[in-house]
Ligand binder design. Sequence first.
Ligand SMILES: [Zn+2]
Length: 381
Amino acid sequence: MLTYKFRLYPTRQQVKILNDTIETCRHLYNDSLGERSCDWDVGFWKQKQLLTLRRQDDKYLKQVYSQVLQDVLLRLDKAYQAFFKKIMKYPKFKRREKYTSFTYPQYGGFQFKQGKLLLSCIGAIDIEMHRIPVGTLKRCTVIRDVDQWYCCITSDDGIDSIESKSIKNAVGVDVGIENVLVLSTGEMIENPRHLKQSIKRIKELQRSLSRKEKGSGNREKAKIHLAKVWRKVRNQRLDYAHKVSTKLASTYDTVVFEDLKINNMIKNHSLAQAIMDAAWGKLRRFSAYKVERSGGRLILVNPSGTSQKCSGCGAAVLKDLPVRTHDCPSCGRVLHRDHNAALNILKLGLEQAHVEKRPLLVRRVSKFASRKQEARGFIGG
Ligand SMILES: [Zn+2]
């Protein structure tokens, strides 16, 4: 599955319809949650049946495409399933700020016509398409991001059918201290530009927001300002992940990353670290689909010990966080610490490649992947 995100440019009138649609969906979500909370026998299928009846004499529901409404029930059901599996807390009622999107679950409900995005029950909206989606189009989620609109289109691109070629040009990637990427070639790729400034700005704005009186107009203004800086961060991150993954996929046929484990606890997470984790997650996902699209593959390896082992002779060379150089007493190899780790990652990946027959498909990586030992030493708060 691939996801494409495009900016939408609705007219003022369309903005009103989009906002109304979100509100109707939110009310349906909250009503349905209330219903399920009161009666545990009510589930998705029951609510779906009821929805058809309800829609006949509810003027708000009538104005929204039926599949969009069904998807609301499905969202709620997913929240319940996650709760039953003890992955998430019990679903919450959604406030206006927390409910910002709706989904067309099938092509047909949304279509592309004459360079516009045609949404059933809403109309044709101007769209900025920087790429043409490949494969079969599956879903379209319309998202409000403060005062801008976006759509995320998911497509199935039939990756399964691509045969993977033999490995000719592989690279290992290490996320080093200070969050710089180091490749097994020794090349370093810098942080997303300007991200540090944005993080600083977010902290300032959060502080100033907490000083503002609740319910005041100034507080509302500050909230919007903060949401806009967050959007900027997301865009910077996205841009970075696309640039680096394109570079990796165009240069190498095999890319090896560390498989960072999902950590639900999110302990010791500074704001900067959480932001960077999300960036690495995106980078891995994008690299996976880009490299697989050209017949290559992405391999994830176990991260334990990659920074401590010597990439030359395999000896354990223990070093504390501040030690930037790998200096092996057994074989005399001297390297940058992260370069050594990247070489180990590449080695592990190549070993693994001989075991795996099929290319690894795109894997979901948690927003908050757990960090390696060294990352925790970086940036406090
Ligand atoms: Zn050595």
